[in-house]
Design a protein around this ligand. Sequence first.
Ligand SMILES: C[S@@+](CC[C@H](N)C(=O)[O-])C[C@H]1O[C@@H](n2cnc3c(N)ncnc32)[C@H](O)[C@@H]1O
Length: 311
Amino acid sequence: MSARDRVREANPAFYERYSMLEDTDEFWEFLIKPLRQSVRVNTLKAPLEVVVERLSEEFKLEPIPWVREGFFIDVDNLARVPEHGLGLIFGQEASSMIPPVVLGPRPGELVLDMAAAPGSKTGQIAQYMENEGCIIANDPKLSRANVLIANLNRMGVLIARVTTRDGAYFGRFENLFDRILLDAPCSSVGMIRKRWKFLEGWRLKGVIRYMNVQKRLILAAYKALKPGGTLVYSTCTIDPLENEEVVDYILRKTDARLEPIDLPVKTSEPVLEWEGREYPEELRKALRIHPNDNDTEAFFVAKITKPEGEG
Ligand SMILES: C[S@@+](CC[C@H](N)C(=O)[O-])C[C@H]1O[C@@H](n2cnc3c(N)ncnc32)[C@H](O)[C@@H]1O
């Protein structure tokens, strides 16, 4: 049975909706094909070259073009690799390494990771901050916050304070944070390559519920951002309602600006028209990544700034 037929059989409504986005055989094949394993080298614990040299003795590593510390690796069970247990490497999907790169945090800054668990991006942010400054790593789901704490400990992150608030809570800290990552809760279509249940369980009403949460969170995040600061909005899903619609919302509601992203990553056309809605050309600056673009999870990444002087 073809990938297209498998998707159609598992969830006809899903197939019908996303065949309007892209309808190539390649798209459907990569949407369900198992993911390649990838890791991020944790430079908080050891120099990049040392870890790469050590791993290369045992495994085939292929650099990920858009992240200096990222590699595809031919390993079946990462848990059995000692460097993983020691926190020298962290299993992280290749496209999920993009948002912290785009965020570009620096040592000494105050950063909010609004939806942080299980913490792969918090660790990457801490690595770019060289463990100097402060990261508020927030996640309201207690079981996930516990995993977040364990992961931050394993990665040797010393500058994170974990909180368990609804992300919208941070809206009251107006103009406070130098940088904010909102890696939003989403319908996780990108994760079908890891878990089939995300395909079978997909419902349009779930997409709409997530969109409403995402709009609430992005507005709070923008309020909490310092003038001159950077907010990165990302999801691992392909629905325009959770991506272009949410970014268009913050552009319309505030004086937020969308910035271009210059990375060696292949992208798909942004959606500028969807179900009667129209989005501005400016949305071309965001990255819409489909699974077949780079053989990764699907991702959407937008870089937003707040003009200096904004109250
Ligand atoms: C895509 S995951 C985050 C992945 C994480 N950034 C990483 O890279 O490891 C989205 C997270 O949002 C959290 N979440 C759900 N509702 C939220 C809310 N109202 N405010 C903040 N976070 C929320 C979920 O518990 C989930 O852990």
